[in-house]
Design a protein around this ligand. Structure first.
Ligand code: FAD
Length: 481
Protein backbone atom coordinates (compact mmCIF):
# COMPACT_ATOMS: atom_id res chain seq x y z
CA UNK A 1 0.00 0.00 0.00
CA UNK A 2 2.98 2.30 0.79
CA UNK A 3 4.07 2.58 -2.86
CA UNK A 4 0.58 3.50 -4.08
CA UNK A 5 0.24 6.60 -1.87
CA UNK A 6 -1.48 9.31 -3.90
CA UNK A 7 -0.50 12.05 -1.48
CA UNK A 8 0.69 12.40 2.10
CA UNK A 9 -1.05 14.90 4.32
CA UNK A 10 0.23 16.37 7.55
CA UNK A 11 -3.14 15.64 9.13
CA UNK A 12 -5.90 13.30 8.02
CA UNK A 13 -9.24 13.26 9.81
CA UNK A 14 -11.78 10.53 9.07
CA UNK A 15 -15.50 11.34 9.41
CA UNK A 16 -17.65 14.32 8.46
CA UNK A 17 -19.67 14.36 11.69
CA UNK A 18 -19.41 16.91 14.48
CA UNK A 19 -16.18 15.47 15.91
CA UNK A 20 -14.37 15.17 12.57
CA UNK A 21 -15.46 18.56 11.28
CA UNK A 22 -14.53 20.35 14.51
CA UNK A 23 -11.16 18.61 14.57
CA UNK A 24 -10.37 19.39 10.96
CA UNK A 25 -11.42 23.03 11.37
CA UNK A 26 -9.13 23.34 14.36
CA UNK A 27 -6.17 21.88 12.45
CA UNK A 28 -6.82 23.71 9.17
CA UNK A 29 -6.96 27.07 10.89
CA UNK A 30 -3.98 26.46 13.17
CA UNK A 31 -1.77 25.20 10.31
CA UNK A 32 -2.87 27.21 7.26
CA UNK A 33 0.18 26.19 5.24
CA UNK A 34 0.01 22.47 5.96
CA UNK A 35 -1.96 19.95 3.90
CA UNK A 36 -5.01 18.70 5.78
CA UNK A 37 -7.53 16.12 4.56
CA UNK A 38 -11.01 15.12 5.67
CA UNK A 39 -12.05 11.68 4.47
CA UNK A 40 -15.77 11.16 4.62
CA UNK A 41 -18.21 8.90 2.87
CA UNK A 42 -21.19 11.19 2.30
CA UNK A 43 -21.48 14.43 0.30
CA UNK A 44 -22.51 16.36 3.39
CA UNK A 45 -20.78 17.28 6.59
CA UNK A 46 -22.30 18.12 9.96
CA UNK A 47 -21.62 21.68 11.02
CA UNK A 48 -22.06 23.36 14.37
CA UNK A 49 -24.18 26.50 13.99
CA UNK A 50 -25.62 29.07 16.41
CA UNK A 51 -23.04 28.14 19.03
CA UNK A 52 -23.85 29.73 22.38
CA UNK A 53 -21.93 29.47 25.63
CA UNK A 54 -24.78 29.29 28.14
CA UNK A 55 -22.56 29.33 31.21
CA UNK A 56 -18.96 28.46 32.05
CA UNK A 57 -19.47 24.83 31.08
CA UNK A 58 -22.83 24.63 29.31
CA UNK A 59 -22.99 25.13 25.60
CA UNK A 60 -25.84 25.09 23.13
CA UNK A 61 -25.67 24.78 19.38
CA UNK A 62 -27.54 23.49 16.38
CA UNK A 63 -26.28 20.78 14.10
CA UNK A 64 -26.76 21.38 10.40
CA UNK A 65 -25.93 19.25 7.42
CA UNK A 66 -24.07 21.26 4.83
CA UNK A 67 -22.32 20.48 1.56
CA UNK A 68 -18.68 19.71 2.28
CA UNK A 69 -17.63 22.44 -0.16
CA UNK A 70 -18.34 25.03 2.57
CA UNK A 71 -15.29 23.73 4.42
CA UNK A 72 -13.02 23.74 1.38
CA UNK A 73 -14.13 27.30 0.60
CA UNK A 74 -13.24 28.34 4.12
CA UNK A 75 -9.87 26.54 4.36
CA UNK A 76 -7.77 26.54 1.17
CA UNK A 77 -5.35 24.01 2.71
CA UNK A 78 -8.13 21.47 3.25
CA UNK A 79 -8.90 18.66 0.83
CA UNK A 80 -12.11 16.69 1.19
CA UNK A 81 -11.86 13.08 0.06
CA UNK A 82 -15.32 11.68 -0.66
CA UNK A 83 -14.96 8.01 0.05
CA UNK A 84 -15.10 5.70 3.05
CA UNK A 85 -11.91 4.46 4.61
CA UNK A 86 -11.65 0.76 3.81
CA UNK A 87 -8.46 -0.01 5.67
CA UNK A 88 -5.72 1.52 7.74
CA UNK A 89 -2.05 0.61 7.94
CA UNK A 90 -0.68 2.24 11.03
CA UNK A 91 2.83 0.88 10.39
CA UNK A 92 3.12 2.68 7.06
CA UNK A 93 0.87 5.58 8.11
CA UNK A 94 -1.67 5.32 5.32
CA UNK A 95 -5.38 4.83 4.74
CA UNK A 96 -7.02 3.15 1.77
CA UNK A 97 -10.41 4.37 0.63
CA UNK A 98 -13.29 2.36 -0.83
CA UNK A 99 -12.56 3.81 -4.28
CA UNK A 100 -9.07 2.29 -4.16
CA UNK A 101 -6.99 5.35 -3.40
CA UNK A 102 -4.27 5.45 -0.77
CA UNK A 103 -3.36 8.51 1.29
CA UNK A 104 -0.50 8.95 3.71
CA UNK A 105 -0.72 10.85 6.99
CA UNK A 106 1.60 12.11 9.66
CA UNK A 107 -1.16 12.32 12.24
CA UNK A 108 -4.56 10.70 11.89
CA UNK A 109 -7.76 11.29 13.83
CA UNK A 110 -10.56 8.72 13.59
CA UNK A 111 -13.99 10.31 14.04
CA UNK A 112 -16.10 7.66 12.35
CA UNK A 113 -18.98 7.89 14.84
CA UNK A 114 -21.27 5.06 15.82
CA UNK A 115 -24.22 3.23 14.34
CA UNK A 116 -27.39 2.03 16.06
CA UNK A 117 -27.33 -1.41 17.60
CA UNK A 118 -30.00 -3.23 15.63
CA UNK A 119 -32.22 -5.78 17.32
CA UNK A 120 -31.80 -7.94 14.29
CA UNK A 121 -29.83 -7.57 11.09
CA UNK A 122 -31.40 -7.42 7.67
CA UNK A 123 -35.03 -7.46 8.71
CA UNK A 124 -36.77 -4.91 6.47
CA UNK A 125 -39.34 -4.31 9.21
CA UNK A 126 -36.73 -3.27 11.78
CA UNK A 127 -35.37 0.24 11.40
CA UNK A 128 -32.48 1.97 13.12
CA UNK A 129 -32.22 5.75 12.91
CA UNK A 130 -28.75 7.14 12.56
CA UNK A 131 -28.68 9.84 9.92
CA UNK A 132 -30.79 11.97 7.63
CA UNK A 133 -31.34 9.12 5.18
CA UNK A 134 -32.65 6.72 7.78
CA UNK A 135 -34.71 9.50 9.37
CA UNK A 136 -36.31 10.17 5.97
CA UNK A 137 -36.99 6.47 5.50
CA UNK A 138 -38.61 6.47 8.94
CA UNK A 139 -40.84 9.45 8.03
CA UNK A 140 -41.85 7.81 4.78
CA UNK A 141 -42.89 4.59 6.46
CA UNK A 142 -44.52 6.36 9.37
CA UNK A 143 -46.87 8.19 7.02
CA UNK A 144 -48.47 4.86 6.13
CA UNK A 145 -48.23 3.19 9.54
CA UNK A 146 -51.04 2.53 11.99
CA UNK A 147 -48.88 1.15 14.75
CA UNK A 148 -45.15 1.01 15.45
CA UNK A 149 -43.15 -0.57 18.23
CA UNK A 150 -40.27 1.51 19.57
CA UNK A 151 -37.63 -0.41 21.51
CA UNK A 152 -35.09 1.45 23.64
CA UNK A 153 -34.93 4.02 26.38
CA UNK A 154 -32.30 6.58 25.40
CA UNK A 155 -32.57 10.03 23.87
CA UNK A 156 -33.59 8.83 20.42
CA UNK A 157 -36.51 6.78 21.72
CA UNK A 158 -37.64 9.65 23.96
CA UNK A 159 -37.64 12.12 21.13
CA UNK A 160 -39.29 9.78 18.70
CA UNK A 161 -42.13 8.72 20.95
CA UNK A 162 -42.92 12.33 21.70
CA UNK A 163 -42.88 13.42 18.08
CA UNK A 164 -44.97 10.63 16.54
CA UNK A 165 -48.61 11.59 15.95
CA UNK A 166 -51.54 9.85 14.32
CA UNK A 167 -49.94 6.47 14.78
CA UNK A 168 -50.16 4.20 17.78
CA UNK A 169 -46.82 3.67 19.52
CA UNK A 170 -45.96 0.70 21.68
CA UNK A 171 -42.84 1.71 23.59
CA UNK A 172 -40.86 -1.15 25.11
CA UNK A 173 -38.32 -0.06 27.75
CA UNK A 174 -36.12 -2.41 29.72
CA UNK A 175 -36.13 -0.20 32.79
CA UNK A 176 -38.82 0.68 35.27
CA UNK A 177 -39.01 4.25 34.04
CA UNK A 178 -38.74 6.06 30.73
CA UNK A 179 -35.56 7.87 29.76
CA UNK A 180 -33.37 5.89 32.09
CA UNK A 181 -30.19 7.02 30.32
CA UNK A 182 -30.89 10.59 31.27
CA UNK A 183 -33.20 10.60 34.24
CA UNK A 184 -34.28 8.84 37.34
CA UNK A 185 -37.86 7.68 37.68
CA UNK A 186 -38.91 10.95 39.34
CA UNK A 187 -38.06 12.95 36.25
CA UNK A 188 -39.75 10.30 34.15
CA UNK A 189 -42.93 10.66 36.19
CA UNK A 190 -42.74 14.38 35.66
CA UNK A 191 -42.46 13.93 31.90
CA UNK A 192 -45.08 11.22 31.39
CA UNK A 193 -48.05 13.66 31.41
CA UNK A 194 -46.45 15.34 28.39
CA UNK A 195 -47.29 12.25 26.41
CA UNK A 196 -50.91 12.74 27.37
CA UNK A 197 -51.20 16.43 26.68
CA UNK A 198 -49.20 19.36 25.55
CA UNK A 199 -48.73 20.95 28.92
CA UNK A 200 -52.48 21.32 29.39
CA UNK A 201 -52.38 21.01 33.18
CA UNK A 202 -52.17 24.12 35.26
CA UNK A 203 -49.05 24.28 37.38
CA UNK A 204 -49.73 22.45 40.63
CA UNK A 205 -48.39 23.69 43.96
CA UNK A 206 -44.74 23.23 44.45
CA UNK A 207 -43.55 20.23 46.43
CA UNK A 208 -40.16 19.80 47.95
CA UNK A 209 -38.83 16.68 49.41
CA UNK A 210 -35.57 15.32 50.67
CA UNK A 211 -34.75 11.65 50.45
CA UNK A 212 -32.02 9.16 49.79
CA UNK A 213 -32.28 6.43 47.21
CA UNK A 214 -32.25 3.96 50.07
CA UNK A 215 -35.30 5.42 51.79
CA UNK A 216 -38.46 5.71 49.74
CA UNK A 217 -40.12 9.05 50.29
CA UNK A 218 -43.10 8.70 52.56
CA UNK A 219 -46.39 9.55 50.90
CA UNK A 220 -44.74 10.35 47.62
CA UNK A 221 -46.74 13.12 46.07
CA UNK A 222 -48.28 12.40 42.70
CA UNK A 223 -45.98 14.95 41.21
CA UNK A 224 -43.09 12.62 41.91
CA UNK A 225 -42.22 9.46 43.71
CA UNK A 226 -38.88 8.76 45.24
CA UNK A 227 -36.54 6.04 46.39
CA UNK A 228 -37.83 2.73 45.16
CA UNK A 229 -39.77 4.23 42.31
CA UNK A 230 -42.81 2.16 41.81
CA UNK A 231 -44.15 2.18 38.32
CA UNK A 232 -46.75 -0.20 37.04
CA UNK A 233 -45.43 -2.46 34.34
CA UNK A 234 -47.56 -0.91 31.67
CA UNK A 235 -49.02 2.51 31.06
CA UNK A 236 -51.21 3.73 28.23
CA UNK A 237 -51.88 7.35 27.48
CA UNK A 238 -54.18 8.72 24.81
CA UNK A 239 -54.39 12.28 23.75
CA UNK A 240 -55.74 13.57 20.50
CA UNK A 241 -53.35 12.47 17.84
CA UNK A 242 -50.83 10.85 20.20
CA UNK A 243 -51.35 7.29 21.47
CA UNK A 244 -48.48 5.78 23.41
CA UNK A 245 -48.42 2.58 25.45
CA UNK A 246 -45.34 2.06 27.54
CA UNK A 247 -44.33 -1.51 28.34
CA UNK A 248 -41.88 -1.33 31.23
CA UNK A 249 -39.24 -3.80 32.36
CA UNK A 250 -39.17 -5.78 29.16
CA UNK A 251 -37.00 -6.52 26.18
CA UNK A 252 -37.63 -8.08 22.81
CA UNK A 253 -37.84 -11.83 23.01
CA UNK A 254 -38.56 -12.53 19.37
CA UNK A 255 -39.50 -10.81 16.14
CA UNK A 256 -41.81 -12.73 13.79
CA UNK A 257 -42.82 -12.09 10.21
CA UNK A 258 -46.57 -12.35 9.67
CA UNK A 259 -46.03 -15.82 8.08
CA UNK A 260 -43.97 -17.03 11.03
CA UNK A 261 -46.54 -15.63 13.35
CA UNK A 262 -49.44 -17.35 11.67
CA UNK A 263 -47.78 -20.76 11.69
CA UNK A 264 -46.73 -20.40 15.26
CA UNK A 265 -49.82 -21.66 17.04
CA UNK A 266 -48.26 -21.00 20.43
CA UNK A 267 -48.52 -17.25 20.05
CA UNK A 268 -51.41 -15.56 21.78
CA UNK A 269 -51.67 -12.06 20.45
CA UNK A 270 -53.86 -9.38 21.93
CA UNK A 271 -57.23 -9.61 20.16
CA UNK A 272 -56.58 -6.50 18.10
CA UNK A 273 -53.25 -7.81 16.84
CA UNK A 274 -54.76 -10.94 15.39
CA UNK A 275 -55.01 -9.25 11.99
CA UNK A 276 -52.17 -9.50 9.59
CA UNK A 277 -49.50 -7.02 10.55
CA UNK A 278 -46.25 -7.17 8.59
CA UNK A 279 -44.29 -7.91 11.74
CA UNK A 280 -44.93 -9.13 15.30
CA UNK A 281 -42.84 -8.40 18.37
CA UNK A 282 -42.89 -10.73 21.33
CA UNK A 283 -41.70 -9.07 24.54
CA UNK A 284 -40.15 -10.74 27.55
CA UNK A 285 -43.20 -9.74 29.61
CA UNK A 286 -45.22 -12.20 27.53
CA UNK A 287 -47.04 -9.59 25.43
CA UNK A 288 -47.00 -9.81 21.64
CA UNK A 289 -47.76 -6.85 19.42
CA UNK A 290 -48.31 -6.70 15.72
CA UNK A 291 -47.14 -3.52 14.02
CA UNK A 292 -46.16 -1.95 10.73
CA UNK A 293 -42.50 -1.70 11.71
CA UNK A 294 -40.16 -1.73 14.67
CA UNK A 295 -37.77 1.08 15.57
CA UNK A 296 -34.64 -0.19 17.21
CA UNK A 297 -33.22 2.55 19.43
CA UNK A 298 -31.21 0.46 21.83
CA UNK A 299 -27.91 2.29 21.82
CA UNK A 300 -25.01 2.54 19.45
CA UNK A 301 -21.88 0.63 18.46
CA UNK A 302 -18.73 2.60 17.57
CA UNK A 303 -17.74 2.35 13.89
CA UNK A 304 -14.29 0.88 14.21
CA UNK A 305 -14.17 -2.18 11.91
CA UNK A 306 -12.37 -0.68 8.90
CA UNK A 307 -9.54 0.49 11.14
CA UNK A 308 -8.89 -2.65 13.14
CA UNK A 309 -7.57 -5.23 10.71
CA UNK A 310 -3.78 -5.56 10.80
CA UNK A 311 -3.43 -3.01 13.60
CA UNK A 312 -3.17 -3.22 17.32
CA UNK A 313 -5.86 -0.94 18.71
CA UNK A 314 -6.90 -1.32 22.26
CA UNK A 315 -10.71 -1.40 22.47
CA UNK A 316 -12.96 -0.60 25.42
CA UNK A 317 -15.80 -2.88 26.53
CA UNK A 318 -18.29 -0.74 24.60
CA UNK A 319 -16.30 -1.33 21.40
CA UNK A 320 -14.83 2.19 21.20
CA UNK A 321 -11.18 2.94 20.47
CA UNK A 322 -9.57 3.56 23.83
CA UNK A 323 -8.07 7.04 24.04
CA UNK A 324 -5.89 8.60 26.71
CA UNK A 325 -6.08 12.15 28.06
CA UNK A 326 -4.54 13.39 24.81
CA UNK A 327 -7.19 11.63 22.70
CA UNK A 328 -4.46 9.29 21.52
CA UNK A 329 -5.29 5.68 20.73
CA UNK A 330 -2.93 2.80 21.45
CA UNK A 331 -1.46 3.19 17.94
CA UNK A 332 1.26 5.79 17.34
CA UNK A 333 0.11 9.00 15.67
CA UNK A 334 -3.52 7.87 15.65
CA UNK A 335 -6.06 9.88 17.63
CA UNK A 336 -9.81 9.35 17.94
CA UNK A 337 -12.72 11.54 19.00
CA UNK A 338 -16.50 11.52 19.29
CA UNK A 339 -18.71 8.44 19.28
CA UNK A 340 -15.93 6.24 17.84
CA UNK A 341 -13.75 6.56 20.92
CA UNK A 342 -13.98 5.60 24.57
CA UNK A 343 -12.48 8.07 27.01
CA UNK A 344 -10.18 5.89 29.09
CA UNK A 345 -8.28 8.43 31.12
CA UNK A 346 -8.96 8.80 34.81
CA UNK A 347 -12.13 10.89 34.71
CA UNK A 348 -12.85 13.83 36.93
CA UNK A 349 -15.31 12.69 39.65
CA UNK A 350 -17.91 14.96 38.01
CA UNK A 351 -17.62 13.82 34.40
CA UNK A 352 -18.64 10.79 32.38
CA UNK A 353 -18.60 10.05 28.71
CA UNK A 354 -21.95 10.03 26.92
CA UNK A 355 -22.20 9.80 23.18
CA UNK A 356 -23.73 13.22 22.53
CA UNK A 357 -23.19 16.15 20.17
CA UNK A 358 -21.65 18.29 22.89
CA UNK A 359 -18.97 15.74 23.67
CA UNK A 360 -18.36 15.04 19.97
CA UNK A 361 -17.64 18.76 19.49
CA UNK A 362 -15.52 19.05 22.62
CA UNK A 363 -13.51 15.92 21.84
CA UNK A 364 -13.00 16.86 18.18
CA UNK A 365 -11.78 20.29 19.17
CA UNK A 366 -9.52 18.98 21.92
CA UNK A 367 -8.15 16.18 19.69
CA UNK A 368 -7.20 18.82 17.11
CA UNK A 369 -5.40 20.81 19.79
CA UNK A 370 -3.60 17.71 21.07
CA UNK A 371 -2.45 16.77 17.55
CA UNK A 372 -1.18 20.32 17.09
CA UNK A 373 0.59 20.31 20.45
CA UNK A 374 2.24 17.01 19.57
CA UNK A 375 3.52 18.35 16.24
CA UNK A 376 4.80 21.50 17.94
CA UNK A 377 6.20 19.53 20.90
CA UNK A 378 4.17 21.66 23.27
CA UNK A 379 2.62 20.42 26.51
CA UNK A 380 -1.17 20.43 26.80
CA UNK A 381 -3.42 19.88 29.79
CA UNK A 382 -6.75 18.07 29.69
CA UNK A 383 -9.33 20.64 28.68
CA UNK A 384 -11.57 21.95 31.43
CA UNK A 385 -14.70 20.85 29.55
CA UNK A 386 -13.91 17.35 30.84
CA UNK A 387 -14.04 18.54 34.43
CA UNK A 388 -17.83 18.67 34.71
CA UNK A 389 -20.37 16.75 32.66
CA UNK A 390 -22.84 19.24 31.26
CA UNK A 391 -25.53 18.83 28.67
CA UNK A 392 -28.47 20.95 27.67
CA UNK A 393 -31.18 19.52 25.49
CA UNK A 394 -34.94 19.33 25.03
CA UNK A 395 -37.15 16.41 25.88
CA UNK A 396 -40.91 16.49 25.45
CA UNK A 397 -40.59 20.19 24.70
CA UNK A 398 -39.01 20.95 28.09
CA UNK A 399 -35.56 22.41 28.44
CA UNK A 400 -33.39 19.81 30.17
CA UNK A 401 -30.05 20.57 31.81
CA UNK A 402 -27.90 17.76 33.15
CA UNK A 403 -24.89 18.50 35.32
CA UNK A 404 -22.18 16.29 36.83
CA UNK A 405 -23.33 13.01 38.36
CA UNK A 406 -26.92 13.94 37.58
CA UNK A 407 -28.13 10.41 38.18
CA UNK A 408 -25.77 9.74 41.09
CA UNK A 409 -23.74 7.58 38.69
CA UNK A 410 -21.09 5.60 40.52
CA UNK A 411 -21.97 7.04 43.93
CA UNK A 412 -23.59 3.90 45.35
CA UNK A 413 -25.55 4.75 48.46
CA UNK A 414 -23.18 7.56 49.34
CA UNK A 415 -25.48 10.35 48.30
CA UNK A 416 -28.63 12.23 49.07
CA UNK A 417 -31.18 13.74 46.71
CA UNK A 418 -33.17 16.95 46.98
CA UNK A 419 -36.13 17.32 44.67
CA UNK A 420 -38.46 20.16 43.88
CA UNK A 421 -41.23 19.55 41.43
CA UNK A 422 -44.07 21.67 40.09
CA UNK A 423 -46.28 19.61 37.86
CA UNK A 424 -46.24 20.77 34.28
CA UNK A 425 -43.66 23.44 35.00
CA UNK A 426 -40.36 22.27 36.45
CA UNK A 427 -38.47 19.38 38.00
CA UNK A 428 -35.30 20.15 39.91
CA UNK A 429 -33.14 17.44 41.39
CA UNK A 430 -29.89 17.94 43.22
CA UNK A 431 -27.45 15.15 44.05
CA UNK A 432 -25.43 15.76 47.20
CA UNK A 433 -22.50 13.69 48.35
CA UNK A 434 -20.69 14.44 51.60
CA UNK A 435 -22.74 17.65 51.84
CA UNK A 436 -21.47 18.87 48.45
CA UNK A 437 -23.44 19.20 45.28
CA UNK A 438 -22.16 16.73 42.69
CA UNK A 439 -24.95 16.70 40.14
CA UNK A 440 -28.29 18.14 39.09
CA UNK A 441 -31.20 17.58 36.72
CA UNK A 442 -33.10 20.72 35.77
CA UNK A 443 -36.22 20.33 33.67
CA UNK A 444 -38.17 23.39 32.59
CA UNK A 445 -37.15 27.04 32.69
CA UNK A 446 -35.56 26.84 36.14
CA UNK A 447 -32.85 29.44 35.58
CA UNK A 448 -30.71 27.56 38.09
CA UNK A 449 -28.06 26.14 35.79
CA UNK A 450 -25.38 28.75 36.30
CA UNK A 451 -25.70 28.86 40.09
CA UNK A 452 -25.72 25.07 40.35
CA UNK A 453 -22.80 24.73 38.01
CA UNK A 454 -20.84 27.11 40.23
CA UNK A 455 -21.89 25.32 43.39
CA UNK A 456 -20.78 22.00 41.91
CA UNK A 457 -17.46 23.34 40.68
CA UNK A 458 -16.73 25.25 43.91
CA UNK A 459 -17.18 22.06 45.95
CA UNK A 460 -18.80 24.15 48.66
CA UNK A 461 -20.09 22.35 51.74
CA UNK A 462 -23.85 22.91 51.61
CA UNK A 463 -24.81 20.95 54.73
CA UNK A 464 -25.87 24.08 56.57
CA UNK A 465 -28.36 25.07 53.87
CA UNK A 466 -30.27 21.77 53.87
CA UNK A 467 -33.55 21.84 52.01
CA UNK A 468 -33.44 25.63 51.79
CA UNK A 469 -31.27 25.04 48.76
CA UNK A 470 -34.42 24.32 46.78
CA UNK A 471 -36.77 26.69 48.54
CA UNK A 472 -38.61 28.38 45.68
CA UNK A 473 -39.14 31.49 47.83
CA UNK A 474 -35.41 32.09 48.12
CA UNK A 475 -33.48 33.61 45.29
CA UNK A 476 -30.63 31.19 45.36
CA UNK A 477 -28.41 33.36 43.19
CA UNK A 478 -28.53 36.17 45.76
CA UNK A 479 -28.11 33.63 48.53
CA UNK A 480 -24.69 32.57 47.31
CA UNK A 481 -23.47 35.95 46.13
P1 FAD B 1 -21.12 11.05 13.56
O1 FAD B 1 -21.90 12.29 13.64
O2 FAD B 1 -21.84 9.75 13.55
O3 FAD B 1 -20.22 11.14 12.28
C1 FAD B 1 -19.44 10.09 11.82
C2 FAD B 1 -18.96 10.40 10.43
O4 FAD B 1 -18.02 9.42 10.03
C3 FAD B 1 -20.06 10.37 9.37
O5 FAD B 1 -19.85 11.46 8.50
C4 FAD B 1 -19.82 9.07 8.63
O6 FAD B 1 -20.25 9.11 7.28
C5 FAD B 1 -18.32 8.98 8.72
N1 FAD B 1 -17.75 7.63 8.58
C6 FAD B 1 -18.07 6.51 9.25
N2 FAD B 1 -17.28 5.49 8.88
C7 FAD B 1 -16.43 5.99 7.97
C8 FAD B 1 -15.39 5.43 7.21
N3 FAD B 1 -15.06 4.15 7.28
N4 FAD B 1 -14.73 6.23 6.34
C9 FAD B 1 -15.06 7.55 6.21
N5 FAD B 1 -16.04 8.13 6.91
C10 FAD B 1 -16.73 7.36 7.78
N6 FAD B 1 -26.88 13.90 20.53
C11 FAD B 1 -27.24 15.03 21.14
O7 FAD B 1 -26.43 15.59 21.88
N7 FAD B 1 -28.47 15.58 20.99
C12 FAD B 1 -29.40 15.00 20.18
O8 FAD B 1 -30.50 15.51 20.07
C13 FAD B 1 -29.06 13.81 19.49
N8 FAD B 1 -29.94 13.23 18.67
C14 FAD B 1 -29.56 12.10 18.00
C15 FAD B 1 -30.48 11.51 17.13
C16 FAD B 1 -30.14 10.38 16.42
C17 FAD B 1 -31.15 9.76 15.48
C18 FAD B 1 -28.85 9.79 16.62
C19 FAD B 1 -28.46 8.53 15.89
C20 FAD B 1 -27.95 10.36 17.49
C21 FAD B 1 -28.29 11.52 18.18
N9 FAD B 1 -27.40 12.12 19.06
C22 FAD B 1 -27.75 13.28 19.69
C23 FAD B 1 -26.03 11.61 19.25
C24 FAD B 1 -25.10 12.39 18.34
O9 FAD B 1 -25.64 12.38 17.04
C25 FAD B 1 -23.71 11.75 18.31
O10 FAD B 1 -23.21 11.65 19.61
C26 FAD B 1 -22.76 12.61 17.49
O11 FAD B 1 -23.30 12.86 16.21
C27 FAD B 1 -21.41 11.95 17.34
O12 FAD B 1 -20.62 12.70 16.46
P2 FAD B 1 -19.42 12.02 15.69
O13 FAD B 1 -18.81 13.10 14.89
O14 FAD B 1 -18.57 11.28 16.64
O15 FAD B 1 -20.08 10.92 14.75
Amino acid sequence: MESKKEKTFKFVVVGGGIAGVTCVEQLSSQFPSEAVALVTAGPHIKAVTNYKQVSRRLEEFDVEEKPSSVLEDKYPNLTIIHSAVKSLRTRTHCVETADGRVFGYEKLCICSGARPKLLTQENPHVLGIRDTDSAQEFQKRLAKAKRIVVVGNGGIALELVYEVRRCEVIWAVKDKAIGNTFFDAGAAQFLIPSLEADKEQAAAPCKRQRFTTEEPAPDAAHTFTAGTWDVSTSLTVHHGSRRVSVEYLCEVEHIFTSEEFLVSSKQTPKPDTAGSWPVYVQLTNGETFGCDFVVSATGVVPNTEPFLHGNNFSLADDGGLRVDDHMMTSETDVYAAGDACSACWEHSPLWQQMRLWTQARQMGWYAGRCMAADVLSEPIDLDFCFELFSHVTKFFNYKVVLLGKFNAQGLGSDHELLVRCTKGREYVKVVLSGGRMVGAVLIGETDLEETFENLILNRMDLTAYGEELLNPDIDIEDYFD
